[in-house]
Design a protein around this ligand. Structure first.
Ligand SMILES: NC(=O)c1ccc[n+]([C@@H]2O[C@H](COP(=O)([O-])OP(=O)(O)OC[C@H]3O[C@@H](n4cnc5c(N)ncnc54)[C@H](O)[C@@H]3O)[C@@H](O)[C@H]2O)c1
Length: 324
């Protein structure tokens, strides 16, 4: 029983690979390394290649005796997806179709998929439940909701899947060995760290006139180690015969941009240089999860709070950053 982790050398993938290895599960990673880092994987086997290479996927499945897949491999930058739609549809959607084709041809029938809260767009109600309408507002979000539909339709041909709709993944491993590299991410926490360590100019905070308590946007930040655990619970759910589902993976707590900055200052003892900038088009005001379903079906809940998230990110960034 081997788990194939596509995109396992990326940020969330590498934390999940570590969690699987710690549990003694057999793992093989398939990653182009375009945005992944080999050293994150330690001694876990890596096949360097593309999910769209059907011969390579089939060879990997047979060689390692793959029974289950966690599918992280995708592009994830919202702004870039609007400028380069072909690249996103090709990698995220055509890539997933190709991957599933190779898996089914070789008898692999269980898959955990990295979806995103972006599928909800700007939700009318928070906390967001899985019943909320899917209203993707970017090419990236469209690719995620299309892949969810594709996977649902594959039920009829024997593929069972769990689509995990992640809210905002952040933080680093407890031992500060792996974390979220700011050169590959536009996410808030690495940008806060970059500004605080003097590796960029002041952090741009997009919008301070939203109808929230401090005027900045509110999101649901989830510790990457908690998120990794949700994948393991999803694998176990499928292995015990669970039906295909899509569920939120979030804490149920909303945190504003200024609250993240405040926490970063508390854990580091430093100031975060920041300035307000105009709102970005399409940024929803407030998004946080209703995590009832994931708790009921997968038995998962977040165990780490905002201090753990920002504190672990600070530990990792402050130890790994070497000023030129
Ligand atoms: N980071 C977040 O907050 C977040 C939120 C919601 C959803 N997601 C989704 O989770 C997944 C992982 O995100 P991440 O933050 O770890 O991203 P990441 O960019 O760090 O990791 C993605 C990995 O996939 C690899 N990859 C990309 N295309 C590939 C292909 N065709 N074949 C093989 N490997 C390929 C990259 O080299 C990289 O190592 C993505 O699908 C992303 O859309 C992330």
């Amino acid at each position: 029983m081997t788990i194939l982790v596509t995109g396992g050398a990326g940020y969330i993938g590498s934390h999940t690979v570590r969690a699987l290895v710690e549990l003694g599960r057999d793992v093989v990673v398939l990653d182009t390394l375009e945005l992944g880092i080999r050293s994150r994987l330690g001694s876990t086997p890596l096949v360097e290649g593309d999910i769209r290479d059907e011969r390579l996927v089939e060879k990997t499945v047979r060689k390692y005796g793959v029974t289950d897949v966690i599918h992280f491999a995708a592009y994830k930058a919202v702004g870039e997806s609007m400028e380069q739609p072909l690249r996103y549809w090709s990698n995220n959607v055509a890539g997933t179709i190709s991957l599933v084709h190779s898996l089914l041809a070789n008898g692999v029938e269980r898959l955990v998929f990295s979806s995103s809260a972006a599928v909800y767009g700007n939700p009318e109600h928070v906390p967001v439940t899985e019943e909320a309408p899917l209203r993707p507002e970017s090419v990236y979000a469209e690719t995620k909701s299309t892949m969810e539909s594709f996977l649902t339709s594959c039920d009829a041909i024997g593929l069972r899947s769990v689509s995990l709709r992640y809210f905002n993944a952040a933080g680093a491993s407890d031992d500060a060995v792996i974390g979220e590299d700011w050169s590959h991410s536009q996410n808030l926490v690495p940008r806060v760290m970059k500004a605080m360590l003097g590796a960029s100019g002041p952090l741009q905070v997009f919008g301070n006139d939203y109808p929230t308590q401090d005027g900045t946007c509110i999101r649901d930040y989830i510790h990457v180690v908690d998120l990794a655990d949700a994948h393991i619970k999803a694998l176990d759910y499928l292995a015990t015969g669970g039906k295909s589902i899509a569920c939120n993976v979030g804490t149920g707590m909303g945190t504003s941009v200024l609250e993240i900055i405040d926490m970063a200052e508390q854990v580091s003892g430093r100031k975060v240089p920041y300035e307000f900038a105009p709102r970005r088009a399409g940024d929803p005001t407030t998004v946080f999860a209703d995590p009832t379903l994931v708790r009921a079906i997968l038995g998962w809940k977040a165990t780490r709070d905002l201090r753990d998230i920002v504190g672990s990110a600070w530990e990792w960034h402050s130890h790994s950053y070497k000023p030129a």
